[in-house]
Design a protein. Structure first.
Length: 132
């Protein structure tokens, strides 16, 4: 780990407020999942970046480098724009079906579990605000 290096983690949650279990909707969500995966794979093309689906409707982008807080915000905004475009193209989802949060952590003594927990708390707050 290089001194001053940080880790950016971006958590993305889709399909926030739906209980529609129709077959056509489920197929559309599988298609959406594939499109999001392809987009994130292209977005995370650098050697210090990776992305994954960590749970149903929950995705993670992570990057290590010498990032400032404004850098992290710009990266998060770019990824949000790309994913939001995919969501808006879906006939089953709307722009309130997407939530994203990010944190920048010091790479020194980085703890993955604590980081996921912190992002989860931020995500829950964001979803609560959207539901009001």
């Amino acid at each position: 780990i290089v001194s001053g290096e940080s880790i950016i983690m971006i958590m993305i949650r889709t399909e926030l407020f739906s209980d529609d279990g129709s077959i056509s909707r489920q197929q559309a969500l599988v298609d959406l999942d594939m499109k999001i995966a392809q987009t994130m794979k292209k977005f995370a093309s650098g050697k210090n970046e990776f992305c994954s689906k960590i749970a149903d409707k929950l995705y993670m982008y992570t990057s290590a480098g010498e990032y400032t807080e404004p850098d992290a915000e710009i990266i998060s905004d770019k990824l949000y724009s790309l994913i939001n475009h995919i969501v808006m193209e879906s006939e089953y989802l709307s722009n309130d079906s997407l939530a994203m949060c990010f944190c920048r952590f010091s790479a020194e003594n980085f703890d993955y579990s604590d980081s996921i927990s912190r992002l989860g708390e931020l995500m829950n707050c964001k979803i609560n605000l959207l539901s009001e």
